[in-house]
Every structure is written in structure tokens, then in C-alpha cells.
Design a protein around this ligand. Structure first.
Ligand code: ATP
Length: 556
């Protein structure tokens, strides 16, 4: 992972936001290559899901034909949207905070392990026994729970270092440490009393757990207090639900149909980490697919498999990608079925996977919430409007009719929703991880050297082809520039005439450029050039006039 992170910075895929001011945790900028990669992912998604969708034919695995359309909604919406959707009350994580360092940690994510040191004792922070009464000296314990923020490979080493620090031991005394049970997250513990927090100097400094709201608040205009308070959207989905009627009334779409949207979302994550995996500002690619309740299970299965296939087709094949159906107890209160598409990111421990996309069967929860008001499950397991202390709806819905009337049968119903919700940044990160390859290739002298190559699928590769004159003379640059200009009309191409040609190949390998075209001495006599394949290193000659077609065919 370290190598990938450094390549991303060195070659301009990703930079830390506001880096010259020390950076801002949880915010990332896409550099010149990164912006092309991410845009290609979003374009591929939009093309495959929306514009390229054929509503006249039944796609493989789909129950019937269906229509697809798009939207682009605002980031700030009416605050009532979030009250009715449940985000205002429920969108939070449990967190703990450290009295000593003032740092916050996710209760369900901070990992650690029980350790003792052959009877050696550690003194805890003095406790507050009752209101206003505090211990003078903390209790002594022999077994403590050391924690670490380190990523997979460094975790064991960091836990050892922290344990030695807690027991005031030196590195050479490591064998004194006795480890108990396996590594676990804080939420598995009965109490936080014996926890040695990641950046603390004493043991027992954690408070909590308590709720931490994830929505970013903001203020609209000059209105003070509650009246001007709004939120940056934590997901793009709600913009689609509140526009459901507008889309129906302004187009001729009929159920089943889907509305797609790509856009920024914001979550005030407690511990943004793992590169861009958990960011505070990120982009989502979401579809809300509206169907008849009786058909919804079939559509859920269709979308689950369709979305999995999409990642596979773009090169995330193999055992690092998996589809995981949620157990019943993992499902949201309104969901009949949910599956996650997950990827074994290299920063995770062996056997662990991170979510790339969730495909949820959401029933009629969202449309009903925006009609009736915030819903909760009653004792019988049915959804009903949540009431406030005054017996009135806690958060009123819009009161608008968001039902659908089937023109043929005259049947009126609230459509069920299938939601494939993907993260463009997590997608980009997975494609970067999958592409990173080290192999060997001959240098200019024919000697085999280790090379780093980003094996992106041609559709998402930032640059599709690079053109080089072998030397900067004898008319080679002129021929190469003409080819370069012709390629640029079709897709991003790169021209390079500086340095040894082997070095130029190497730079394009690191950028993930699938094809390099070289104009050499022979080109000037027979009007042919070489095309080199990034992955196989195979080279073949092609007539200058055929280069554009040949490369276009291969990258499309
Ligand atoms: P997680 O459990 O990892 O926090 P989630 O289940 O809350 O994710 P969803 O609400 O289902 O995520 O959001 C849909 C998609 O949006 C996720 O699959 C992911 O790709 C992306 N996403 C969500 N949160 C973040 C984030 N903080 N940074 C980057 N992408 C995110």
C-alpha cells in the first residue's frame, strides 16, 4: 500500500487536500492523472447504466425491459428532507474520546489486544468515584487493552511498541509480554477502563461511547439559529426521491424505471483513514430503481448481479472482489435484502474486505417517508409515522402524493425501490490497487529491470496512447506529432520526445497507458510505426495511416 500511495503522489493521481498548509484530514484532491481515471470511471458508469441502456430489449438476467434516466440535484436541500429520511436523528456513529489527547475514535473500529507482562503493574488514570469526588491515585492493573491505529501489516508491531510503553519496558524486553485473546475492536469490551488509547501516555483515558452526528451542518443566508440551519447531503439518494414526481410528470417513463445521479456527498467521519477509502468529502454514483412491489425481489437480484458484473468487466476480477449478502440482523429496519460488493483492499488485514457498493432493497420506505413523515417500525414490525411527545408526527412529510398509477390496470401503489449505491472514490481506489503491478522489462540495453506498471482496463486508463519519436531529429518528431494530433481527437494521448525511449516507456507504464507508439528510422522509409502493448510488452508494426483505428479499436 505504501508503494501505491507514493506512486499516486509522485505521478499525480492523488494529493492530500491543502497540502501546503499541512493537509486536511479526510479530504483528497485528484491530480492530472487521477482526474482522468475518476472521470473515466464515472463516465463508464453513466454510459453503462444510463445513456447506453437499451430500453427496448430485456438485458440478460432482468425480469422485463426497463427505462433509465438521470438527475443532478443540489448538495444543500430543505432540512425537512433529512428529518423525514431519518438521517437527522439516526445518521451517527458511536465514538469514544480521549481525555488526555482530546482525540476521537470510532467505537466499532478502534482495534486492540489484551496484554500482560508477567505480573508487572500499570497505574490507571484516577477515576471520578461520585460527583465531584475523584481518586487521588488510580488503581493498579496487570492486564490492559492496548490499541493501535496502524494499518494491517504494521498493526502487530505497533501494538507491541505501545504495550512496552504502557509497562515501561524496553524493546529488548518484548518476550516478557503475554498476549491474550485475538485482536478485537473496542465495542467487544465490557468497559473502557483498562484501555490504553492509541496516542495517550496513561491508561484509562477513554470516555464514551456516545453518538456523533455525521452530517455537516451549514447555514443558509443570514438567518440565525434553527431557521437558517441546513446540511450538506450525506448521500445523493434523497435528491432522487424528492424529485420522483417531477421525473414522472416531465417524462414518459413508466414503472419499472431507474433514476441515476452522480455527485458529491459529505460525512463528518470520526476517523477518516485508509487513504481515500473513508473520506469526509466523496462522490457517489447512485441509482434508485422504482418497481412494482411484487416484482421487487427479482429486480433486487438483477441489480445485485448486474453491478457485480460491472466491476468484473472493468478488471476487478478475481478473489479480491466478492459479493456478500447481509444477514437478516444486519439489514436496515426498512430493508428486505441488501448485498455489498466488497474488495480486499491491501490496507486491510488478511481475510477482511471493504465495501465498494451497497445494493439495497428499500421497499417503499423512502417514498412513504417523504409523503407521510419519518417512519419507524411498530411492535408488529410494520412501518408507521413516528409521533412526537405531543402525539403529532415528529417530522411531517411533504403531504404530496408520491404514489404511482398504472395507466393500463389503473392500479395505484407506492413503488418499491432497489438502490445500487456506489462510491466513485472507493471505486477509483480499488482500480488503483488492482492495477498496481511489479514485474520486469528490458531496459535500453536489453537488461531486465523491475518495472512498476498500472494495469488499468483501457476504458478507465487516464491516457490511452503515448507517441514518441525515437530521436528528436531526421523528421521523426514531425511524423510523431501528426499521429499524436490525430489520436487526441478521439481520446487523451500524450506526446514525449525527451530522454531515452526506455525511460519514456517506463513513465507511461506507471501512468497505466495501454499503448505506446514509436516513430523510428524505419518509419521514414516504409511509413510504419511500432505499437507496444503495456502488459505483454509485445511490439508490432502498423502503417501510419492505420494507427488511429488500430488503437481506437483496442481501447474502446
Ligand atoms: P461504510 O459502512 O463503509 O461507512 P456505508 O455503508 O455507510 O459505508 P453507504 O451509506 O451505503 O455506505 O454509501 C454508499 C457508498 O458510498 C459506499 O459503498 C461507499 O462506496 C461510498 N462511501 C460511503 N461513505 C464513504 C466515505 N466516507 N468515503 C468514501 N466513500 C464513501
Amino acid at each position: 500500500m505504501e508503494k501505491l500511495v507514493s506512486l499516486c503522489k509522485r505521478r499525480g493521481f492523488l494529493f492530500q487536500s491543502s497540502e501546503i498548509y499541512g493537509g486536511l484530514n479526510g479530504f483528497w484532491d485528484y491530480g492530472p492523472l487521477g482526474v482522468e481515471l475518476k472521470r473515466n470511471i464515472k463516465n463508464a458508469w453513466w454510459q453503462d447504466m444510463v445513456t447506453g441502456h437499451d430500453e427496448l430489449a430485456i438485458p440478460a438476467g432482468a425480469p422485463t425491459t426497463y427505462e433509465m434516466t438521470g438527475l443532478d440535484c443540489t448538495i444543500i436541500m430543505h432540512p425537512q428532507v433529512w428529518k423525514c429520511s431519518g438521517h437527522f436523528d439516526l445518521f451517527c456513529d458511536m465514538m469514544v474520546d480521549c481525555k488526555e489527547t482530546k482525540k476521537l475514535y470510532r467505537f466499532d473500529q478502534l482495534r486492540g489486544r489484551w496484554v500482560s507482562a508477567q505480573g508487572k503493574k500499570v497505574r490507571l488514570q484516577p477515576k471520578v468515584i461520585s460527583e465531584g469526588v475523584q481518586q487521588i491515585q488510580g488503581d493498579e492493573i496487570e492486564r490492559l487493552f492496548v490499541t493501535s491505529l496502524a494499518e494491517a501489516e504494521e498493526e502487530a508491531g505497533d501494538l507491541q511498541r505501545r504495550a512496552l510503553k504502557a509497562f515501561n519496558l524496553r524493546a529488548k524486553d518484548a518476550e516478557v509480554l503475554e498476549w491474550h485473546e485475538s485482536v478485537m475492536t473496542l465495542d467487544k469490551l465490557d468497559s473502557l477502563e483498562c484501555v490504553f488509547a492509541p496516542e495517550a501516555n496513561s491508561v484509562g483515558t477513554l470516555n464514551g461511547p456516545r453518538e456523533f452526528k455525521l452530517m455537516f451542518p451549514t447555514t443558509i443566508g443570514a438567518l440565525a439559529g434553527e431557521e437558517g440551519r441546513a446540511f450538506l447531503r450525506p448521500e445523493t439518494a434523497q435528491g432522487i426521491f424528492v424529485n420522483f414526481k417531477n421525473v414522472l410528470d416531465s417524462t414518459r417513463v413508466k414503472i419499472p424505471f431507474g433514476i441515476a445521479q452522480i455527485g458529491k456527498s459529505f460525512r463528518n467521519e470520526i476517523t477518516p483513514r485508509n487513504f481515500t477509502f473513508r473520506s469526509r468529502e466523496f462522490e457517489q454514483m447512485e441509482i434508485e430503481f422504482f418497481c412494482h412491489p411484487e416484482e421487487s425481489r427479482k429486480w433486487y437480484e438483477y441489480w445485485r448481479d448486474r453491478r457485480m458484473q460491472w466491476y468484473t468487466d472493468l478488471g476487478l476480477a478475481g478473489e479480491r472482489l466478492r459479493l456478500r449478502e447481509h444477514d437478516k440482523d444486519e439489514l436496515s429496519h426498512y430493508s428486505v435484502g441488501t448485498a455489498d460488493i466488497e474488495y480486499a483492499f491491501p490496507f486491510l488485514s488478511e481475510g477482511e474486505y471493504g465495501e465498494l457498493e451497497g445494493i439495497a432493497h428499500r421497499g417503499d420506505f423512502d417514498l412513504r417517508s417523504h409523503m407521510e413523515g419519518k417512519l419507524v417500525k411498530n411492535a408488529k414490525g410494520c412501518l408507521e409515522v413516528e409521533l412526537g411527545e405531543d402525539g403529532k408526527p415528529k417530522y411531517r412529510g411533504s403531504g404530496r402524493d408520491l404514489q404511482y398509477r398504472d395507466e393500463v390496470t389503473n392500479d395505484r401503489f407506492t413503488p418499491h425501490v432497489i438502490e445500487p449505491s456506489a462510491g466513485a472514490d472507493r471505486g477509483a481506489l480499488a482500480f488503483l490497487c488492482e492495477a498496481y503491478t511489479e514485474d520486469s522489462a528490458p531496459d535500453d540495453k536489453g537488461q531486465m529491470q523491475t518495472r512498476v506498471v498500472m494495469k488499468f482496463h483501457p476504458r478507465i486508463a487516464p491516457i490511452k496512447a503515448a507517441v514518441f519519436p525515437l530521436v528528436k531529429k531526421d523528421g521523426m518528431p514531425e511524423v510523431a506529432q501528426e499521429i499524436y494530433r490525430a489520436l487526441k481527437k478521439r481520446f487523451p494521448a500524450f506526446y514525449d520526445e525527451k530522454g531515452a525511449v526506455g525511460r519514456r516507456y517506463r513513465r507511461q507504464d506507471e501512468a497505466g497507458t495501454p499503448y505506446c507508439i514509436t516513430v523510428d528510422g524505419q518509419s521514414l522509409t516504409d511509413n510504419t510505426v511500432t505499437i507496444r502493448d503495456r502488459d505483454t510488452l509485445e511490439q508490432w508494426r502498423v502503417k501510419v495511416d492505420d494507427v488511429v483505428e488500430e488503437v481506437s479499436d483496442r481501447v474502446s
